[in-house]
Design a protein around this ligand. Sequence first.
Ligand code: GAR
Length: 190
Amino acid sequence: MNLKHIAIFASGQGSNAAKIIEHFNHHAFIKISLIVTNNPKAKIIELAQQSGIPFHLTNKEEFFSEPSIVSLLQYHQINFIVLAGFLLKIPASLIQAYSNQIINIHPALLPKFGGKGMYGIHVHEAVIKAGEKESGITIHYVNEEVDKGNIIFQEKCNVEVGETAESLSQKVRELEHMHYSNIIEQCMAQ
Ligand code: GAR
């Protein structure tokens, strides 16, 4: 089988990216071939260097100017893009070039608590404030509308009495680490 190449896009702590890299290390036909970040302080840069994965540090201006990112991905023969805490909106040119080949993980049960400004701890704060009894994760395809692409997978967790945004964030992160790599693998087998 031909090797399939994944690019991971991440902006923050990079814990999901780290799990995905670990999962696909020595995989028979899937390789993490590029890391893209817009944050010069992202832990993922260190991780990329340690793992010998090429990385690209971008910024808003470059990311939204065509066709540089698409050309970069093509240069690295990328087949599939995984967003793991990536905070820039994906430009239409990239979505068109990788139609149904970009997925994202969101730390809540979409369609609730999604859209502009809903990322990281802000999502968990909103869930707690709304008095939700459950939250969870959503893995979905990326389209032009933020957090509105077709849902591939969801998993729930309880929001306990006295739960804080921080404790909920930890619970949700555990679910993300448990499922994201397997779902990526399933999507790429299709
Ligand atoms: C994850 O919880 C992910 O779901 C969230 O950012 C976190 C990144 O954590 N993404 C969003 O909120 C996107 N709207 P990580 O950097 O440790 O993987």
